[in-house]
Design a protein around this ligand. Structure first.
Ligand code: WTA
Length: 747
């Protein structure tokens, strides 16, 4: 507790921030555990000191004394520091250690990120660490470079180097594969085996003419071969562009043509939740479209490779029907038999692109987010190591799909660069039953488990016995990512899944940020349900008022921006730097705009309130739909909800709530009234849901995101053009919703 009481939080504006850092430094230097660190820092901060003094005079900021009232203490670790100051510590054990290092990372980012880069192996260690500009109004414009004269290879850092440093690593399991159907064969792939396959597949890519800088589209299910494909691209310096396996043929075509890929890597089929997904056929359809005429090679992994030929699964009937274009289509495994195992890693500049990943914008075509080599790997590697408190031998499992940034950063690059054992899970949380996650945890003795709130909420709707009948004794840390986790879900995850003993690491970040930005560090400080707590090293948050565009001083709620660059951030949008600047750097000059709302509390803890474009304006009140959803979700009978606005002449907007009830709850007029009452009670009497629409499900992408765009169209109502709904887990739900909606009925 004493360490928490020492925490002074100030945050007002550019100028005041330097002053606040000055305050924080002095506070921390008096604390026992950081006294060892202070000596060293003082020297380094001398240059900052005079600026800080000047700005302290200008500043009107007030320091907030942290007072952890009403916080349930979930864990507070010891504050003994073992850091030797010349390199980053192995673990962050306490808030004091965090604070000391956080201050260093903000005051002297060059020094902090140089030490972070030392965790990787470089052919040439960078002499230039940070060279970034966020202000579009300057001559240079927005320009982000980290480690720009450094040379390294991402694949070497994820595989070879572990074996080069310690030959026993070749026998260590790198990837545990858990197939969709629990009875199917699972594999354990060692670092040695993975490296061999990656080298071979890299040679296959070379054989098909892929060179450094070429773009390769990857359209794969969640199987080990997907990791092989990505690492092989990284090995030879090709830029991978993974397209999520749930996207329709036309969406894939759009993404292939946008980055001009000439080679596509796919699989004959994918299996999820017992359903067969004909990936290769979708690629065939995509390649028939004019914009994909440059694709010359399709490398096809066989999902059932090495298994008994007459295996019976959901894809059996379709196996004989694959279309094959001679000269273009090749079986990947067969091609791998034709090449040797010798493939030296390509020497890449730190700022060479590693991958492109498309993410949907609020309007228009998808944005091709570009991540580069050195900064991205340094950042994902360090965040993984600290946040999840990974210990050698731990089994780590992230349930994301490889098609999303979480799959890139925290199934492959973060874990493997730390020599971790990572689980690749092909299935879904509810198949064959809702105990699936916890059975997998027991089967592979998973220690660290990272999933999304949407999965937690869907499992929470069922009887707890589906969880409690499993052991879960191996679990040590639970993570959450992707959307705000409401406190009911947080508590259920903590108490039922984690038996009250595992910290919940609620990580806030984005495709654009490359790695986790606001997060607890496991076992280092107290947690609060629904709060991602504190910014990671090097991340300076700043809130702004949406209408006045002025900076806000915490405690407050506003639009979340980041003040300075961090190594993991996206450098641009593929071939569209102008749009990159427009979307992320124009709203608040000099800042990266996240598009999310955030509350920073008195104790400095951050609570993400949702996308700022998900705000309703009703009778002059701004209401975050995420807030209303959280209130609805707190109701004992509610499993999940989604709130959207519709035009209303009187109030500007009306509030429409889609509500999914728990298994044992029946819809009724009484319940409807009760829900309205509880929203009013939780948020305020000005918040009045106009429509409560009970539904068995919500339209979701396979990554679990609720498609609010479609819900908005339904309630507007504007159902003539719903856009592409093929990426939904269950597109039929849309028809159901339209049929039952009072807005469409009367339109
Ligand atoms: C939301 C996923 C609240 C947020 C890594 C962000 C979250 C968007 C959290 C990015 C969290 C992600 N709490 N909201 N812990 N994590 N979000 O690009 O709105 O798929 O802007 O990246 O998800 O989604 P993306």
């Amino acid at each position: 507790m004493t360490s928490l009481l020492n925490f002074v939080y100030t945050n007002i504006s550019d100028i005041a921030r330097s002053a606040s850092l000055f305050n924080t430094l002095s506070t921390f230097h008096t604390s026992k555990s950081s006294s060892k660190l202070s000596h060293n820092f003082t020297n380094n901060n001398e240059i900052h000191t005079s600026a800080a003094r000047t700005s302290a005079l200008l500043s009107t900021s007030i320091g907030f004394q942290l007072n952890p009232i009403n916080i349930t203490s979930y864990r507070l670790a010891s504050t003994n520091s073992t850091w030797n100051e010349s390199s980053l510590p192995d673990k962050i054990k306490s808030l004091d250690e965090y604070k000391a290092l956080y201050d260093l990372s903000i005051n002297d980012p060059e020094r902090f990120w140089k030490m972070a880069a030392e965790h990787l192996d470089w052919y040439r260690f960078p002499t230039k660490i940070k060279n970034t500009e966020f202000d579009y109004r300057t001559d240079r414009g927005v320009d982000i470079k980290w480690y720009e004269d450094g040379i390294l290879n991402v694949c070497y850092n994820c595989l070879d180097r572990h074996i080069d440093h310690d030959s026993s690593a070749s026998k260590q399991v790198a990837v545990v594969f858990e197939p969709d159907t629990p009875t199917e064969t699972r594999h354990h792939v060692t670092y040695g085996e993975l490296l061999r396959d990656v080298k071979k597949f890299a040679n296959v890519l070379k054989k098909h003419g892929v060179k450094k800088g070429d773009r390769v589209t990857v359209y794969m299910p969640m199987v080990v071969d997907a990791c092989v494909a990505l690492l092989a691209c990284a090995r030879i310096g090709a830029i991978h562009s993974v397209v999520f396996g749930g996207f329709s043929a036309s969406n894939v075509a759009e993404r292939i043509s946008d980055c001009d890929s000439t080679v596509v890597i796919t699989s004959d089929f994918g299996l999820r939740g017992g359903k067969c997904s004909p990936l290769k056929s979708k690629i065939d359809q995509a390649l028939k479209m004019k914009q994909c005429s440059n694709v010359r090679t399709v490398l096809v992994f066989e999902r059932n490779y090495g298994n008994n030929a007459d295996v019976k699964d959901a894809c059996s009937d379709q196996r004989g029907t694959l279309e094959w274009k001679e000269g273009r289509d090749f079986w990947a495994h067969k091609e791998m038999e034709t090449v040797n195992e010798n493939c030296p890693p390509e020497k890449m500049n730190a700022e060479d692109p590693l991958f492109i990943l498309y993410t949907s914008g609020s309007t228009g075509k998808p944005k091709g987010i570009v991540h580069t080599t050195g900064g991205y790997l340094t950042y994902t590697s360090l965040t993984f190591k600290y946040i999840f408190d990974y210990n050698p031998g731990d089994v780590y499992m992230c349930t994301a799909d490889i098609g999303w940034i979480t799959g890139h950063s925290y199934i492959i690059y973060g874990p493997l660069s730390n020599r971790a054992t990572t689980v690749v899970f092909e299935g879904v949380p509810t198949y064959p039953d809702v105990s699936r996650f916890w059975n997998v945890v027991d089967k592979h003795q998973v220690n660290i488990f990272y999933t999304a709130p949407t999965a937690i909420r869907s499992l929470m709707a069922h009887d707890d016995k589906y969880v409690t009948k499993t052991s879960r004794q191996s679990l040590r840390i639970l993570g959450s990512v992707g959307e705000p986790i409401n406190s009911e879900a947080w508590k259920w995850y903590h108490s039922v899944v984690g038996d009250g003993r595992c910290p919940i690491i609620d990580t806030w970040w984005q495709t654009e940020t490359g790695g986790v930005m606001i997060t607890p560090i496991a076992n280092a400080w107290e947690l609060e349900p629904s709060s991602a707590t504190l910014p990671f090293f090097g991340i300076k948050t700043q809130l702004f008022d949406k209408s006045t565009k002025k900076p806000l001083t915490p405690p407050n709620t506003g639009e979340l921006c980041i003040q300075d660059s961090w190594p993991g951030q996206a450098r641009s949008l593929y071939r569209n730097h102008e749009r990159f600047v427009d979307v992320y750097f124009k709203q608040y000059p000099g800042y990266y705009f996240t598009g999310d709302g955030c509350e920073i509390k008195k104790n400095g803890y951050h609570c993400i309130t949702g996308r700022v474009d998900d705000v309703l304006v009703i009778s002059g009140h701004n209401i975050g739909t995420a807030e209303v959803e959280a209130a609805l979700n707190e109701h004992a009978g509610v499993s999940e909800s989604a709130v959207v606005g519709y035009p209303d002449k009187k109030k500007n907007q009306g509030m429409y709530c889609f509500v999914v009830l728990k298994d044992d709850t029946k819809e009724s007029e009484e319940l409807r009234k009760d829900l309205i009452k509880s929203v009013r009670n939780t948020i305020g009497a000005h918040v009045n849901p106009d429509v409560i629409h009970f539904t068995p499900d919500l339209p979701k992408t396979r990554s679990g995101k609720i498609m609010r765009r479609i819900l908005r169209k339904i309630v507007e109502p504007d159902t003539s053009n719903l856009g592409d709904i093929s990426t939904l887990t269950d597109p039929s739900i849309v028809k159901e919703l339209i049929k039952k909606s009072p807005r469409t009925k009367h339109s």
